[in-house]
Design a protein around this ligand. Structure first.
Ligand SMILES: Nc1ncnc2c1ncn2[C@@H]1O[C@H](COP(=O)(O)OP(=O)(O)OP(=O)(O)O)[C@@H](O)[C@H]1O
Ligand SMILES: Nc1nc2c(ncn2[C@H]2C[C@H](O)[C@@H](COP(=O)(O)OP(=O)(O)O)O2)c(=O)[nH]1
Length: 226
């Protein structure tokens, strides 16, 4: 079997991690592992980690590192036969160090988006709380205004996507993410992409992954995941 491919995508809230991850998953056949989605599944299933995490998420705080690593590392161990792209984890240096000791990463994609652009995008972000599906009233609006395409249930806006909370949240992200970015830069696996539009970043991400992922491997992944 050809070598498995391990990637991480980093970026502030609203930088397009989810949007780019979905494209990578469908085009390159990597499994998209989102820590936020996984937390929401654990909350719905009332697991021990889900119960612990819920209070933090509701406050808009980060879930403690030991809860996150206890949740995510076993999930990654289950993925021994798949290539994956991790989105939302690691978020802190402690999480990055825990991930380091569990596996070798091939590539880290880091999205560098201007603050004004992030503020504008998040102002228009609406989500379907049960599934975590994300809409943007300008970029990818729902088919019917205010309701989820799949379930028809109402969409809500995160308290912390509202303008008052946004600036503090983005500043906090920057402080926490800097040592993580520095670590990956020092390891020589960091690839930084700067622009205001996902559609302009995407061709560069796509050519990076095309160069790094052997084609036969991408085909094999697609065959097992679809
Ligand atoms: N690696 C992590 N460490 C700590 N908390 C996390 C982590 N990943 C997710 N969370 C918690 O889950 C919540 C939802 O995460 P999710 O990534 O879906 O949305 P978010 O914080 O709005 O970020 P983004 O907009 O970048 O997707 C976060 O606000 C945080 O409380
Ligand atoms: N206007 C505009 N909006 C974009 C672009 N790329 C993504 N978006 C939207 C989709 C979401 O509503 C919001 C944040 O994107 P996301 O993929 O959820 O980001 P992230 O929070 O997972 O990093 O911005 C983009 O290039 N332009």
């Amino acid at each position: 079997m050809s070598k498995l491919f391990r990637a991480v995508i980093l970026g502030p809230p609203g930088s397009g991690k989810g949007t780019i991850s979905e494209r990578v998953a469908s085009i390159f056949g990597l499994q998209h592992l989102s820590s936020g989605d996984f937390l929401r599944q654990n909350i719905t299933a009332n697991t021990e980690a889900g119960i612990l995490a819920k209070a933090y998420i509701e406050k808009g705080a980060l879930v403690p590192d030991h809860v996150m690593t206890r949740l995510m590392l076993p999930r990654l161990e289950e993925m021994t036969r798949h290539s994956w792209l991790l989105d939302g984890f690691p978020r802190t240096l402690a999480q990055a160090e825990a991930l380091n000791s569990a596996c070798d990463l091939d590539v880290v994609i880091s999205l560098n988006i201007p603050l004004e652009t992030l503020k504008e995008r998040l102002r228009h972000r609406w989500i379907h709380p049960a599934s975590g599906r994300v809409y943007n009233m300008c970029f990818n609006p729902p088919r019917v205004q205010g309701v989820d395409d799949i379930t028809g249930e109402p969409l809500i806006q995160h308290e912390d996507d509202k303008p008052e909370a946004l600036v503090a949240r983005l500043r906090h992200y920057k402080d926490v993410a800097k040592p993580v970015i520095d670590l990956y830069r020092a390891k020589g696996i960091l690839h930084m992409f700067s622009d205001t539009e996902t559609d302009r970043i995407w061709p560069y991400v796509s050519s990076l992954l095309s160069a790094k992922i052997p084609t036969d491997h991408a085909d094999a992944q697609r065959a097992t995941t679809h």
